[in-house]
Design a protein around this ligand. Structure first.
Ligand SMILES: NC(=O)c1ccc[n+]([C@@H]2O[C@H](COP(=O)([O-])OP(=O)(O)OC[C@H]3O[C@@H](n4cnc5c(N)ncnc54)[C@H](OP(=O)(O)O)[C@@H]3O)[C@@H](O)[C@H]2O)c1
Length: 272
């Protein structure tokens, strides 16, 4: 399993396995700082999700997901102290509709990543930070994350009874002083808690939250070289981000495997 390195322009074949693990994202932030990175798989026509038959429900299109991209998704998770996700993920998980149980995966093919975490001095699994205003988060789904610290950031209009129920289930609740959780607040909560690398795996609203405050450092995008169409869909960011955000290409690989033809790109967000 190899990929062709296009940028920087070495044009050499590299093994897919280890492509992102070598980035050492858990060691990039300076003392007292935090590196936040996100990752998406998208179709060439920009869809990261399609709406399903059920109203207001969506999922990653089955036409774009593939195991080679999933390997890189797992490698990025392996380097995270904490994963940032949305309440919606847990609502889906409770219905048995989530893609996975927040990696690092327990399958044999990811045993090397679990071992890598151990040798890098990281906890067995990343902790989890959830953004939610509704606090509609099924406790049964949270219980699946045994042994992992779960933090929730919520706005100042959250219902106290719901917050108390989640705290009783062992969650650490951070009620922030604005109606919506801001990216800056997420970053400062995570720094206060001693985290150095955070992997954002939620959708376009959480992404917007981080980009609007320019606290996102790196963006990984897999572009599956397919057009899939579809009327109801998400792209990687929704809503206002406070003006254009510039990106610098850090690396680009071409997966020439005919059945999964795709580009793996890594960008740095220019901090203004
Ligand atoms: N292709 C890919 O790589 C990829 C990656 C990630 C997600 N997706 C797909 O994208 C779709 C949308 O994902 P998603 O619903 O997880 O993403 P989202 O749109 O980022 O998050 C939605 C939920 O997160 C909470 N939230 C977001 N920003 C917030 C803020 N600033 N303050 C407080 N709460 C905030 C809200 O929860 P409450 O409603 O509880 O208030 C909101 O309903 C899904 O179909 C998912 O599968 C695709």
């Amino acid at each position: 399993m190899t990929v062709l390195s296009l940028y920087p322009p070495t044009e050499e074949e590299r093994p897919l396995q280890g492509l992102y693990l070598g980035l050492n994202l858990h060691r990039q932030a300076a003392d007292g700082d935090l590196l936040i990175y996100s990752n998406y798989i998208t179709s060439l026509d920009g869809r990261i999700s399609l709406t399903t038959e059920r109203p207001s429900q969506s999922q990653v299109p089955t036409d774009i997901i593939n195991r080679r991209d999933w390997r890189l998704y797992q490698e990025l998770a392996a380097q995270a102290d904490v994963m940032i996700t949305s309440a919606r993920y847990f609502r889906q998980l409770a219905k048995g509709e989530a893609q996975d149980l927040l990696p690092v995966g327990q399958e044999d093919e990811y045993a090397d990543l679990r071992d890598w975490r151990k040798s890098a001095g990281l906890r067995a699994q990343p902790d989890v930070l959830i953004l939610s205003n509704s606090l509609d988060i099924p406790v049964a789904a949270l219980k699946l994350l045994q042994g992992r610290r779960v933090l929730i950031c919520t706005g100042n209009r959250a219902e106290p009874a719901r917050g108390a129920a989640l705290q009783a289930a062992g969650v650490e609740l951070f009620v922030l002083d604005s109606p919506d959780v801001s990216g800056a607040a997420v970053k400062s909560v995570l720094i206060e808690q001693g985290y150095r690398s955070a992997y954002m795996i939620a959708g376009p609203q959480v992404h917007r939250t981080l980009i609007a405050d320019r606290v996102l450092d790196r963006l990984f995008i897999t572009t599956r070289l397919r057009l899939i169409g579809g009327a109801g869909f998400d792209t990687i960011v929704s809503g206002e981000i406070g003006g254009a955000a510039d990106l610098q290409l850090l690396s680009l690989y071409l997966d020439r495997n005919v059945s999964t033809s795709q580009l793996f790109a890594q960008y740095a967000l220019q901090q203004q």
